[in-house]
Write a protein of this length. Sequence first.
Length: 217
Amino acid sequence: MSTAQRFLLDIPDPWQQVDLGGEALARTRARALASTDDPREKARINDMFRQGREVTRAARRHGALLAAGTATMYTEGLFMAYAMVFAVSTPEGEELTLPVLSARLGVSSATGVAPRDRVITPAKVPHVGTVARVTGTEVTRLTGDIDVKLLTMHTMMPVPGSTEDFLVVTLASPNLPLKNEVYDLFDAITGTFRFVTDDGVQVSAADEGDESSGVAA
């Protein structure tokens, strides 16, 4: 039986562990709209904020254990991103495959086709060990009339003491031109993840002799 009772993930200060439909999001939207007179840019900003609200609502519908996000105006423009943690259990006797993962998280491409840039790689998470990571630019269906293209990173954290249970750290951003910078930020945030006991003691799968961390295609 696992000795880990909870998980911790360090979220950057500008991020909020709240519904992004609140007052803070409204203030940032007003600042972003005031920064331009271009009608097309205003439309793009409004669309991004609509997407932000729908992403967090979708996360909660799919049972996210944690949902946080940021909408921050910088000199270079608006940056939006989201962090979510989901619990995933694989069917008994089956591997954690991409179809299983997509079904559990609701992250299947709206087109029904895997992203061309989807990559599955091992990743080193300091407090967990070597785990599986899936990255790609996903076209995700949020509602009946809203599709959104997001840079995504899903990192599979095996729950200590279990070969079937994972926590999946998912980060996403619509800021496609900042791909390299976004993935560096996502990697840094994911790297803070750790399982802990109620006494604050860190626990990893390796501590309990579990070597499984892979995701099959």
